[in-house]
Design a protein around this ligand. Structure first.
Ligand SMILES: Cc1cc2nc3c(=O)[nH]c(=O)nc-3n(C[C@H](O)[C@H](O)[C@H](O)COP(=O)(O)O)c2cc1C
Length: 263
């Protein structure tokens, strides 16, 4: 499965087969963690941890996750760069897991932090903010189906409501070279499916903004930017990110994050 197929088929998985990962799957996931990268700085640590379900210790996900023995733990700093990097880096691991046929689910709210944080040490300034189960998916439970329905997880906002060209009223032309990378961004997961990312394309520059919806909006936008960048890379067009001093003034309460300059 190539990266574009992974972006298209990925969905959050909350019901697993209870068998845990094989040694080879663990090795490949550890490798994905080590290879994950970010141009945005900040502090992020990603760990893969197995819980011995048979020994009776099951960290609490408030009944949301069933049958998972392995979890990623993501520790991060409090600043904007760390949030952007956490989204950008961990989504690379999520997509790799998907390519390996494994399910994941970003979880920032429905987990008991003290259960997962037990025995963990984080470097200065980092705390455990996000977890994700990882394993083989089984048929969703009723609870999972209900969660997906309530969150509207299948739906995404229309392209033209989030991505603009030259000004904040014009649609990105059909033949614009960034169009497909933005379409892949559109499919990204976000907390409560809030899709806070917004974009202005101007020439070879793609300016990324977010519409603040929660304390996770920057991290969510990092996930979206990961999909955008992976698509650019797939087509051999790795440009560069930088934060510009004079970003185009955006409407409403949108906040500027970073710009991408295509080759
Ligand atoms: C940063 C982040 C935090 C999330 N937190 C939770 C959570 O606490 N509990 C949960 O069940 N799902 C959580 N989700 C999953 C989202 O609800 C899901 O990604 C969204 O509804 C879109 O569905 P999809 O991932 O199946 O495409 C989270 C997703 C993200 C990106």
């Amino acid at each position: 499965m190539n990266i574009l197929e992974a972006i298209k088929v990925r969905r959050s998985v909350r019901s697993f087969d209870g068998r845990g990962l094989t040694a080879e799957q663990k090795r490949l996931l550890e490798d994905a963690i080590n290879k994950s990268h970010t141009p945005f700085g900040g502090k992020v640590t990603i760990r893969l941890k197995e819980y011995d379900l048979k020994a009776g210790y099951k960290p609490n996900t408030y009944g949301m996750i069933k049958g998972a023995a392995d979890f990623f733990l993501i520790g991060m700093g409090m600043d904007e760069a760390s949030a952007l990097s956490a989204g950008f880096r961990f989504e690379q691991v999520v997509l790799k897991a998907c390519q390996l046929g494994l399910g994941t689910c970003w979880i920032a709210a429905t987990f008991k932090n003290s259960d997962f944080d037990r025995g963990e040490e984080w470097s200065e300034g980092e705390t455990l903010k996000v977890i994700s189960p990882v394993g083989t998916a089984v048929k969703p439970t009723i609870k999972e189906k209900l969660a997906r329905l309530t969150l509207g997880s299948k739906n995404r906002k229309p392209f033209d409501r989030m991505f603009f060209y030259n000004d904040f009223t014009t649609s990105v032309p059909i033949d614009n070279p960034f169009r497909e990378s933005l379409e892949m961004l559109r499919l990204a997961p976000s907390s409560t499916n809030s899709q806070p990312w917004r974009v202005l394309v101007k020439g070879r520059a793609v300016h990324f903004y977010y519409k603040p919806k929660s304390s996770l909006s920057v991290l969510d936008t990092g996930i979206g930017i990961c999909h955008f960048y992976e698509t650019e890379k797939y087509y051999g067009r790795s440009g560069e990110f930088s934060k510009i001093e004079e970003s185009p003034a955006a409407p409403d309460d949108w906040k500027y994050l970073v710009s991408y300059f295509g080759q």
